[in-house]
Write a protein that binds this ligand. Structure first.
Ligand SMILES: NC(=O)c1ccc[n+]([C@@H]2O[C@H](COP(=O)([O-])OP(=O)(O)OC[C@H]3O[C@@H](n4cnc5c(N)ncnc54)[C@H](O)[C@@H]3O)[C@@H](O)[C@H]2O)c1
Ligand SMILES: [Zn+2]
Length: 617
């Protein structure tokens, strides 16, 4: 179990980082003098030492405790306040850093992450500031941050791997709305929700800032801890977008639904005019991708202000089941492995309906990027047959056996069918076969390569469900989809929409992976476990949870267990930790044993696949 010292964990950023680390199973200690922070912010389970980081007495209270990393976020956090008492600022922001670096050296802690600030640039000559831009801090606060960074570099040479993160304007739930001298979003939001008639703005509305949402910041801090590329480095951390103060005020008022007068006052000393930070370096080194747009982040913050508690849990814990809405205490983590996901995402299991779901779900932007850039490559890597995803002809051939397996089930339903829609039809290996039986077929397929191929073969194809709905009003006797439902954010709505596109007595047949897959549930093969939990999935169903879902859709339904993979495939997973191997040991074991094996899996609903058949009444 990892142990971290997160200083300033009663404050805004520190509390969020500590909370996430604890959710991830780590031990967290903190030092906080409670000057701007409050004990009520503290994450449950964090061990608090009250006092200042520059006080050797407090440091000595930690003893020789050895931490895996120190994440130093305590400090006097306002540029404006730093002018009131610069010596005090120096103590809180520089001496503290030095004390902690010394402590790290003494105790053999070799990882140190520091919350620096974009204020080190001052009014830089470059419009877009990168880590190599000129450093000309305008406030005592900025000077202190820069001095701390320089100390980090000195100690990096002494063997502590240090990283300084220069935050732009961080905002989000739990930001202190009572401190009118720190934060920008929080200061204006506090005035917006108060009884005051106007919002007072110190400085011109044309100033620009990069506002970055707390969750993006927490994620990058946690990613940084273990990434050796970040050793000895300095990074800008922002959203990569800039907004003027005027735009921010518009967004806040629109989101809160209240319009107020703006009163402009003289700016505060040392305030920067324009801050536009370049985040290419951190994007490249740490694959950092800010996910939350200002409008969405503000909406989340306003939810929090209004007391909606899902925000409380938004950093990692669901407040209820995504499918049946059962309360949070019935939710538990099923897998911390989310292949392709971010460190905050996990698969949770609902102990009422049995569904396993991704939480937090990927944002729509994140999903779009994933499907646009990565999906085909990702699937190619997973199937171990990249070529299959590039060549439609080959894909058709390689899927011959899979098509036959599906038809052995589907055939009995085809008698009265004259029209069929397949959602996610890939190269069309099912549709071509159905057309061969005289059925009119239509496909939906996002992959451009496959759609072009299908178009060439004269099969009408739409790139997604929305485009299909816009331009095709036909109803069908049969709708099929294979391994699609688990990718859908709102599965009940999707299934209902499908049912609405069926003729009376029409059928929908679909397959999904079964969460009772023997390789995770029965044998728990570590390599398979890692491979199985994919960010492309919102859901993993088993018999119970799929029944729960289908009972929300109008129509009659039946479920069947199905076993796609054979005993040889399972053995190869166990022996070699990779997919493939189907049929390899057939000569040794013979078809009877394989048949028995599959039958047994199905009899207990511990098979790898579920087939659902729904009929429209
Ligand atoms: N929030 C931002 O937009 C932003 C931007 C750039 C940099 N930063 C830096 O990130 C860090 C965290 O910022 P935040 O927004 O969470 O601020 P915050 O004021 O909410 O949190 C700082 C915490 O540190 C504590 N503290 C202050 N001085 C201390 C000391 N000497 N010893 C122990 N505890 C002390 C405070 O009580 C508070 O709990 C700060 O170092 C800040 O300068 C923040
Ligand atoms: Zn549930």
């Amino acid at each position: 179990m990892e142990k971290y010292l997160v200083t300033g964990a009663a404050g805004f950023i520190g509390s969020a980082v500590a909370r996430q680390l604890i959710i991830d199973g780590s031990i967290v200690w903190t030092i906080d003098d409670l000057s701007t922070g409050s004990e009520s912010n503290l994450a449950e389970g964090a061990k608090l030492l009250v006092g200042s980081c520059h006080d050797p007495e407090i440091i000595s209270q930690i003893g020789d405790e050895k931490f895996d990393a120190i994440i130093h976020l305590a400090g006097q956090s306002s540029g404006e306040v730093s002018f009131d008492d610069p010596i005090n600022d120096l103590k809180n922001n520089v001496e503290s850093t030095l004390q902690l670096l010394n402590f790290a050296l003494r105790t053999g802690c070799n990882r140190f992450i520091y919350g620096s600030s974009a204020s080190v640039y001052g009014d830089a000559r470059d419009l877009l500031v990168s880590e190599s831009s000129n450093l000309q801090p305008l406030s005592c606060y900025g000077v202190g941050k820069l001095a701390s960074e320089k100390y980090l570099q000195v100690f990096n040479e002494a063997g502590i791997h240090t990283t300084a993160l220069r935050f732009s304007n961080v905002y989000g739930p739990r930001q202190n709305l009572e401190n009118m001298r720190q934060g920008m979003v929080s200061i204006y939001l506090a005035q917006l929700i108060s009884d005051a008639e106007a919002i007072v703005v110190k400085g011109p509305l044309e100033r620009t800032r990069d506002f970055v949402f707390i969750e993006d910041v927490v994620r990058v801090i946690i990613q940084t801890i273990k990434n050796s590329k970040a050793f000895g480095q300095v990074y800008n951390v922002g959203s990569g977008e800039t907004h003027s103060v005027g735009q921010l005020l518009d967004i806040l008022m629109l989101a809160y639904g209240v319009k107020k007068k703006i009163v402009l006052e003289k700016g505060t000393p040392g305030d920067q005019k324009c801050v536009q930070v370049c985040i290419e370096k951190i994007r490249r080194d740490l694959e950092y991708r800010p996910l939350v747009k200002l409008e969405d982040g503000i909406a989340r913050m306003i939810d929090w202000v209004k007391g909606n508690d899902h925000v409380e849990n938004s950093l990692g814990e669901p407040s209820c089941c995504r499918l049946c809405f059962a309360e949070s205490k019935l939710q538990s983590v099923r897998s911390r492995n989310v292949s392709g996901g971010n460190p905050i995402q996990k698969f949770w299991k609902c102990n009422r309906c049995d569904v396993i779901y991704l939480f937090p779900p990927s944002s729509e932007d994140e999903e779009e990027i994933f499907y646009r850039n990565d999906f085909e490559e990702f699937m190619g890597r997973r199937s171990g047959k990249t070529a299959e995803w590039q060549d439609a002809d080959r894909h058709q051939k390689l899927n011959g056996e899979e098509r036959d397996r599906r038809f052995s089930f589907l055939s009995k339903y085809l008698e009265e069918v004259t029209s069929c829609l397949e959602i996610g039809c890939s190269s069309g290996f099912m549709l071509s076969a159905l057309r061969g039986k005289g059925i009119d077929v239509v496909g939906i397929e996002p992959s451009e390569k496959f759609s072009q191929y299908l178009g060439g073969a004269g099969i009408p194809v739409y790139s997604d469900w929305t485009k299909f709905c816009e331009s095709n009003k036909a109803k069908f006797d049969l709708i099929i989809h294979y391994y699609v439902l688990e990718h859908i954010r709102e599965p009940a709505r999707f299934l209902q929409q499908c049912m609405d596109r069926l003729n009376p007595k029409g059928l929908m047949v679909f397959e999904v992976p079964c969460a009772a897959d023997p390789l995770v549930e029965l044998y728990s093969v570590p390599a398979f476990d890692k491979f199985y939990w994919s960010v492309a999935h919102h859901w993993y169903f088993n018999r119970n949870s799929l029944q729960h879902l289908l009972s929300q859709v109008t129509g009659n339904f039946k479920l069947f267990p199905e076993q796609r993979y054979d005993i040889s495939n399972h053995l190869v997973w166990m022996l070699e930790g990779k997919p493939g191997g189907t049929g390899r040991y057939m000569d040794t074991f013979g078809a009877d044993l394989d048949h028995l094996y599959k039958k047994r899996m199905k009899a207990t609903w511990q098979s790898d696949t579920l087939v659902a058949v729904l009929q429209k009444c």
